[in-house]
Write a protein that binds this ligand. Structure first.
Ligand SMILES: NC(=O)C1=CN([C@@H]2O[C@H](COP(=O)(O)OP(=O)(O)OC[C@H]3O[C@@H](n4cnc5c(N)ncnc54)[C@H](OP(=O)(O)O)[C@@H]3O)[C@@H](O)[C@H]2O)C=CC1
Ligand SMILES: O=C1CO[C@H](CO)[C@@H](O)[C@@H]1O
Length: 341
């Protein structure tokens, strides 16, 4: 698969590294509004995982200043949109109009209505959304187990995803630009919950807000039956000592799986490795390699290459599921203010 990257920022760089490592894909073009990046100097890129940006060899890559040039570039099979969320819809629409298939970073859009429109207007098999959790080994085990039934049906889940102040993301709490922690951060768990348990009927959420959007929240979902018990919490805490935490405890009929990772500002980490507690009392801890975060993106790019070759989008890349994830975020309107900031 020959890809063209739009937007050389943190995710553009991580995707670029994944293409380098994938046997099934290559970057043949990119567009950047930044002249230094167009000349191959990607050292200004900042992110919160993976290696720092480097100087890259652009001599065999078609380089553009805007997406327009890429839309008519016959050497590109698929355009990989790594722009900020508020720019996703326009870029996808441009790809669709030009008949170019595209992959879009999460969240598909800033609201579920726009996301649903994009999923519909793009037609079958032309748009995929890069939701990474189902490709991360620590989360993939849940998706695989739900699919093959190895532990029975998933019945309950508790999900957690919290960051320190995201000062590196401009306009983070602006609903028209990034959408705040629900749309930017919780959307990962919302997508996973949708894949594992289906679509909740409603949600009950307590939240603190900032700029009118939930900043820190706890939610219980209602799936319309007494068997499925799912909750999720997270958002932003005020301590910059926290880098990032995510984790879960998910029960299936015959086993419960637990995982939690935390990274702190001083570079230290804490981990509860994936632990399978079988109902018969056995404890199992599968090995998942060295935990290089770029590996999951290599799996993602391989799945995208398979889609381009075979024309079928996997459920975890499906834009309709990505739109449902945004609808799940929107269900979580606060019922009462704990602290209006
Ligand atoms: N899957 C995951 O784990 C993660 C996903 N994401 C998602 O990836 C997407 C991109 O985020 P991220 O890479 O962190 O963002 P960055 O700000 O690092 O990169 C976005 C890039 O878009 C380009 N751009 C073009 N126009 C603008 C504009 N007006 N304002 C800002 N940037 C512009 C810039 O590239 P250039 O200079 O080349 O023009 C910029 O570097 C988001 O949707 C985010 O939610 C983010 C982090 C992790
Ligand atoms: O997973 C992630 C880590 O946190 C970032 C800031 O909220 C998100 O943008 C990103 O998707």
């Amino acid at each position: 698969m020959r890809a063209g990257i739009v937007g050389v920022g943190f995710m553009g760089w991580i995707h670029y590294l994944a293409y380098q490592r994938s046997p099934n894909a290559e970057v043949v073009a990119f567009c950047s509004s930044n002249p230094a990046k167009r000349a191959g100097d990607w050292t200004s890129i900042q992110g919160n995982f993976g290696p720092p940006g480097e100087k890259i060899d652009v001599s065999s890559i078609n380089v553009y200043e805007t997406i327009e040039g890429m839309l008519t570039d016959e050497s590109i099979d698929m355009i990989d949109i790594c722009l900020p969320p508020a720019m996703h819809a326009e870029a996808i629409d441009a790809c669709v109009r030009s008949g170019k298939r595209c992959l879009c970073e999460k969240p598909l859009a800033l609201d579920a209505t726009t996301a649903t429109r994009l999923a519909t207007d793009s037609g079958s098999g032309n748009l995929a959304v890069a939701h990474i959790l189902p490709l991360m080994p620590e989360f993939k085990i849940l998706v695989d187990a739900a699919e093959d039934g190895r532990y029975g049906k998933p019945t309950a889940g508790r999900f957690k995803r919290t960051i320190g102040p995201p000062d590196w993301i401009p306009d983070f709490y602006d609903a028209a630009k990034v959408g705040g922690p629900l749309v930017d951060l919780h959307v990962h768990d919302a997508h996973l919950i949708r894949l594992l348990f289906g679509m909740p009927k409603s949600a009950t959420t307590a939240s603190q807000r900032r700029c009118g959007v939930p900043k820190f929240y706890e939610t219980v979902f209602d799936f319309g039956n007494d068997e499925t018990v799912v909750s999720a919490g997270g958002g932003v805490i005020d301590s910059s000592a926290r880098g990032f935490t995510h984790g879960y405890e998910v029960s299936f009929e015959n086993a419960t799986i637990q995982f939690e990772f935390a990274g702190y500002a001083d570079g230290s980490t804490a981990l509860i490795p994936v632990t399978i507690m079988h109902n018969d009392g056995r404890v199992e801890r599968p090995e998942f390699g060295d935990g290089d975060p770029v590996d999951a993106f290599v799996h993602e790019i391989n799945a995208v290459a398979k889609w381009i070759d075979e024309g079928v989008v996997s459920p975890f890349l499906d834009p309709r599921i990505a739109a449902d994830a945004l609808a799940i975020c929107e269900m979580q309107m606060p019922k009462r203010d704990l602290n209006t900031m």
